[in-house]
Design a binder for this molecule. Structure first.
Ligand code: ADP
Ligand code: ADP
Length: 218
């Protein structure tokens, strides 16, 4: 469970997130929907303690991560996808991350299979396409088998096959009882992926609504 309470973030006189309160329940995929610049990334960074709120607070699984990073086995996150600048193979990149947190090599193999990186795991991650980079980012997020998964725009730039794959992966994670919170600016995609929607615009909550209700109103 994720709980945001009156989260507010100002950058100078610009308000990125304004008095945002919501709950993300386990067991369903919750979409965080809004246009670019609506405050989704800023909100996710505040949930993860990577950005300090101007006011308000957030908890994940009842804990606040404002002062220390969430352990990989509690919260797995992928923030804005960017190329991994490494000469390492994808496999060794994950292995290094696993080693710092006591995660087994077996789990690395498992996660590589889960995200469909098997064919390229021995290739240099620095040379990956956007889609393969996303898969690697998601693999990193899932490495610790976390109860909560937070992904910022995971389908950005993916081809239809990659998008379908992520959709199924997210639904599977939720079906296992995890809390899955995923942002997108694409209503059509969220309607297919999520059951619950937190909709934001200009940093403010516009709707907290089931996809079913939302699509019947629209
Ligand atoms: P989204 O993820 O929905 O696209 P963001 O959270 O990235 O939105 O951005 C929300 C608003 O906050 C935007 O107007 C953006 O320009 C602004 N913003 C985000 N990060 C910073 C920053 N570090 N400094 C100044 N403004 C920022
Ligand atoms: P070790 O004796 O170090 O446990 P392994 O036989 O498991 O060695 O792996 C040797 C190297 O092969 C690893 O460092 C890694 O780079 C690579 N490797 C092992 N398993 C995989 C895999 N499933 N996918 C990609 N590379 C792998």
């Amino acid at each position: 469970m994720i709980e945001a309470t009156a989260l507010t973030k100002r950058y100078g006189d610009r308000t990125a997130v304004a008095d945002l309160s919501f709950t993300v329940r386990p067991g369903v995929v919750t979409g965080f929907l809004g246009p670019n610049g609506a405050g989704k990334s800023t909100t996710m960074r505040m949930l993860l303690g990577l950005d300090a709120p101007t006011s308000g607070h957030a908890t994940i699984g009842g804990r606040s991560y404002a002062d220390h990073p969430a352990p990989l086995h509690e919260v797995g996150a992928m923030l804005e996808a960017r190329a991994v600048h490494t000469g390492r193979t994808a496999y060794n990149h994950l292995l290094a991350l696993a080693a710092t947190t006591g995660i087994s090599r077996r789990r690395v193999d498992e996660v590589i299979g889960l995200v469909g990186l098997g064919d390229v795991a021995r290739k240099r991650a620095g040379g990956f396409s956007l889609g393969m980079g996303q898969r690697l980012g998601i693999a990193s997020a899932l490495l610790g088998d976390p109860a909560t998964v937070i992904l910022d725009e995971p389908v950005n730039g993916l081809d239809p096959e990659g998008i379908r794959w992520i959709r199924n992966l997210l639904k599977g994670l939720a079906a296992e009882g995890r809390t899955v919170f995923v942002s997108s600016h694409l209503m059509s995609e969220m309607a297919l992926t999520a059951e619950q929607l937190i909709v934001v615009g200009r940093g403010r909550l516009i709707a907290d609504i089931s996809v079913e209700e939302f699509t019947h109103q629209a």
